[in-house]
Design a protein around this ligand. Structure first.
Ligand SMILES: NC(=O)C1=CN([C@@H]2O[C@H](COP(=O)(O)OP(=O)(O)OC[C@H]3O[C@@H](n4cnc5c(N)ncnc54)[C@H](OP(=O)(O)O)[C@@H]3O)[C@@H](O)[C@H]2O)C=CC1
Ligand SMILES: CC(C)(CO)C(=O)C(=O)O
Length: 327
């Protein structure tokens, strides 16, 4: 099976790099600014448990134009939320009729956006639980743990994608799995605005309280819509805000696994803001605000967070405090 990574960035290079290292045929579609670095330095993939994989520049199949999508039996969509509609059109223009399309993106509804352009393809949503720290030298480092979950479909993908360093399973309840991850991604905005690493932010009780309150707000909205939620932790989802609010020494003990993060990890939104790129806030807080309006559930924290991110996108980010974000 030939695999094409559509969007060679943090997730695309990490996942595609491990698949290529395991001997899968992988092509990367990306921007010249990333491909030039990969073409010079090769691709290095590592993780917090000591995994190391190096692919030489010569071994990489790098493309900055979409024709390469036509080679894919499996196309992994790894672009940011706002770029989904455009990549969907490109896939529709070039993909083989039998190509399977998997969205490895955060947020909800991207598989539907892809299906609109690709009504006859097997299109699957997926959930990537881990964080990847990119560097400008072609090195992508996984900073947290967890296995990728892909929506189940006619062709089993676990066998193809399960390689050393990459656990992949399939689920009949992918929407619930995605909502579980979505709730964590609501912290992408506060993390980006805090100027802190994820680890430092999680050890600060005022930041955890803000995370908890925002999560509780979103849970009220999802409940009003009867959305299925499969938590990413063994704890029931309704308990997570309470755990986050605990005093730090207790939180450290109860949520030790949550704190098993590389000390340098920041959310993908933090990397976007630092690089002066538009963020995915519309697909995250924006989604909760819109769903809240439909059911008259107030969403003041998500609204404040969205406004603060928009301001940071326009004027550059200055570190905020939890109180300043509560408005
Ligand atoms: N980074 C992380 O740790 C995690 C990210 N995710 C999710 O994975 C998805 C991808 O995130 P991430 O890897 O961080 O994103 P990146 O921005 O690092 O990578 C996406 C890359 O795709 C490029 N791109 C976009 N459209 C095209 C196109 N049509 N043709 C070629 N290249 C294109 C982008 O370029 P340009 O910027 O110029 O558009 C960018 O270089 C997001 O939904 C994110 O939320 C999920 C879990 C963790
Ligand atoms: C950090 C993590 C894994 C969860 O918020 C993530 O999904 C991201 O960085 O976008």
């Amino acid at each position: 099976m030939h695999i094409v990574v559509a969007g060679a960035g943090a997730i695309g290079c990490y996942v595609g790099g491990l698949l290529a290292h395991a001997g899968r045929e992988v092509s990367f579609l990306g921007r010249p600014r990333i491909l030039d670095v990969l073409g010079k330095n090769g691709l290095r993939v590592s993780d917090f448990s000591g995994l190391e994989a190096q692919l030489s520049a010569q071994s990489l199949d790098l493309h900055n134009t979409p024709e390469v999508l036509g080679r894919g039996d499996l196309i992994l969509v790894c672009v940011k939320s706002a770029a989904t509609a455009e990549i969907a059109k490109q896939i529709a223009a070039y993909a083989k009729p039998e190509a399977i399309i998997v969205s490895l993106q955060n947020g909800m509804g991207h598989a539907d956006t892809l299906r609109k352009e690709l009504p006859n393809h097997d299109v699957r949503a997926a959930m990537v639980p881990f964080n990847v720290v990119p560097s400008d030298k072609g090195h992508f480092h996984r900073a947290t743990s967890g296995d990728i979950v892909i929506g189940a479909g006619p062709t089993p993908l676990g066998k193809i994608m399960n390689v050393k360093g990459l656990g992949v399973s399939e689920s009949d309840e992918i929407e619930a799995v995605q909502w579980g991850k979505f709730l964590l991604n609501l912290n992408n905005a506060p993390n980006a605005l805090s100027g802190m690493t994820l680890h430092a932010q999680l050890l600060s009780r005022p930041w955890r309280r803000l995370m908890a309150d925002q999560m509780a707000e979103a849970l009220r909205v999802l409940k009003a819509h009867n959305c299925p939620i499969r938590p990413t932790t063994p704890l029931p989802v309704g308990l997570v805000p309470h755990i986050l609010r605990l005093p730090t020494p207790l939180f450290r003990r109860i949520a030790a696994k949550m704190l098993t993060i590389d000390p340098q990890a920041r959310t993908s939104m933090a990397h976007d803001l630092m690089a002066g790129r538009k963020t995915e806030v519309d697909a995250l807080q924006g989604r909760i605000i819109a769903m809240g309006q439909e059911k008259s559930v107030p969403t003041p924290l998500c609204q404040g967070m969205l406004a603060a991110i928009k301001q940071a996108e326009e004027n550059g980010a200055t570190p905020q405090t939890p109180d300043s974000l509560r408005g």
